[in-house]
Design a protein around this ligand. Structure first.
Ligand code: SAM
Length: 466
């Protein structure tokens, strides 16, 4: 590849890539004097803009370039509200008016399904938030080696941006995190150094139920909270009890593993219990520090209601909830069908789903901890053919094997909840030879100011074409 690092170029942004960065093509003479096409990725450039860029480095068969000057500005470009914008990689579209973000999300879903041969007119306009700020109910902050608490700098996992604010986390959560940050500095506690593997404090996970108000603070550290640490830990408990009475679970989690993940080998409950209560669509859930739960509860409620509307569950029907997690969709659907089987690979989530069903007085569910591919076969054998199937796979999608098994089991209706329009489109294409028709796709914005888009779609069995 011709080395163009450091060159200044003028680029017209034609479209955005899957991560929301601008893409452009420029022509430039190579060493032989022939025109050569160069593909550029330009973070923070918006479609239709003309930008002067400096080329930084090769980037997956493209060149990554930094926008130095916007020569023709997108009419929806606005000033970002957050002081951490660009350094923190959390909200890459804060400089784009919210209505523009929503339109882009709709277009992304349309393009994804059209690329697989579906009619883009089936995609409805994205359902956005009335107030797209402070929507996240879970955040993970990291300690720098000097004990400062903050957020990872984009593209540099060794650099921490000291936490001043976060406009997408719940307001109380940021205040509680600031209390912990102050406590760590007051006691001169060290943060973990990823190179030397020395230091005490690693991460702070904050999660809060917006429905019950209950909050969990989970501190990940390399040592147990005993001996010389006891004084500091007692002070933390006192401060949190006084200043953050909504904290119903204050945890100290030992993690000596070198991997940079918020995981725990041993849990110490410093105050309260080891879980908090949350509620969604009228159902109660227990959330532990490692429980997957939808992170934008307002929009998740709309998503569940949408899935119910699209799936039309009937009291006489059997249903499978594939990739069911802790039962976010299972519980509201179970109340509306005869029987529901949930399949999920993570055992603790299945344990949690069973307990959540019990806590909510739901008795017609059967939960299985298994890989989706094997779980479907087992459930079909013992449970029989379902009339309704809902699947909500991870970003990588369900994959051809799972989709063909679904197709062969011939449910009358399939509700597909997806957080990745591209894998969603390739997955549903697998259903067409089995006689399914895509009826509608509704994108929902669960992650304002980011490029992520969730969608809920329904397919019906119309018979195999002769
Ligand atoms: C997007 S989450 C959806 C969870 C749930 N429906 C919810 O809304 O809370 C995807 C789920 O798929 C599970 N999962 C990932 N790979 C799986 C597999 N191969 N088989 C079964 N479940 C899997 C994950 O553990 C996760 O709980």
């Amino acid at each position: 590849m011709t080395n163009i690092k450091g060159e200044t170029l003028i680029a017209d942004i034609r479209q955005l890539d899957a991560k929301g960065s601008g893409q452009a093509v420029v022509w430039r003479e190579n060493e032989l004097g022939n025109p050569k096409k160069l593909k550029l990725t330009i973070p923070y450039a918006l479609p239709g803009e003309k930008v002067r860029v400096t080329v930084e480095r090769p980037w997956v068969r493209r060149w990554r370039a930094k926008a130095d000057e916007i020569l023709e500005v997108h009419p929806e470009r606005i000033g970002p509200a957050c002081p951490h914008f660009e350094r923190c990689g959390g909200c890459v579209w804060q400089h784009w008016d919210y209505s523009g973000q929503l339109k882009q999300k709709t277009d992304h879903v349309k393009q994804s399904i059209e690329a697989q041969g579906f009619d883009p007119a089936l995609v409805r306009d994205t359902i956005g938030m009335e107030d797209p700020w402070h929507y996240r109910n879970k955040m993970e902050f990291t300690f720098a080696p000097d004990g400062t608490l903050g957020l990872h700098e984009q593209g540099n996992f060794r650099s921490i941006i000291s936490l001043e604010t976060c406009l997408i986390a719940g307001k109380d959560m940021v205040e509680a995190a600031m209390e912990v940050a102050k406590w760590a500095l007051d006691h001169k506690l060290s943060g973990y150094d990823k190179d030397s593997h020395e230091g005490l404090l690693r991460h702070l996970m904050v999660r809060q139920s917006f429905a019950t108000g209950e909050m969990m603070l989970a501190l990940f550290a390399t040592e147990a909270p005993v001996g010389p640490l006891e004084k500091a830990v007692n002070d933390l408990v006192e401060r949190i009890e006084q200043k953050c009475p909504q904290v119903k679970s204050l945890l100290w989690l030992e993690n000596t593993n070198w991997a940079d993940r918020a995981q725990a080998e041993k849990t110490h409950i410093l105050a309260g219990r080891d879980f908090i209560y949350d509620e969604l669509v009228g159902y109660r859930y227990r959330l532990w520090f490692d429980t997957f739960f939808q992170t934008n509860p307002k929009q998740a409620q709309k998503l569940v209601e949408l899935a119910l509307e699209m799936g039309q569950p009937q009291k006489t029907e059997k249903m499978i909830d594939l990739f069911c997690g802790v039962g976010t969709f299972s519980l509201p659907f179970a109340s509306r069908v005869a029987e529901l089987a949930g399949i999920e690979i993570v055992e603790t989530s299945i344990e949690s789903a069973k307990r959540n069903a019990e806590d909510n007085g739901i008795t017609n569910t059967y939960f299985l901890a298994k890989d989706a591919r094997l779980g479907i076969d087992q459930v079909l054998e013992t449970f029989g053919k379902p009339e309704l199937l809902l699947l909500d796979p991870p970003r990588s999608g369900a994959g051809g094997k799972v989709m063909r098994r679904i197709g062969r089991s011939k449910p009358e209706r399939i509700v597909y909840v997806s957080c990745n329009p591209d894998t969603f489109a390739t997955d549903i294409k697998e259903l067409i030879p089995f006689g399914y028709q895509l009826e509608a796709v509704q994108p929902v914005d669960l992650f304002p100011h980011t490029y992520h888009v969730e969608c809920c779609a329904v397919l019906t069995y119309v018979g195999v074409p002769q």
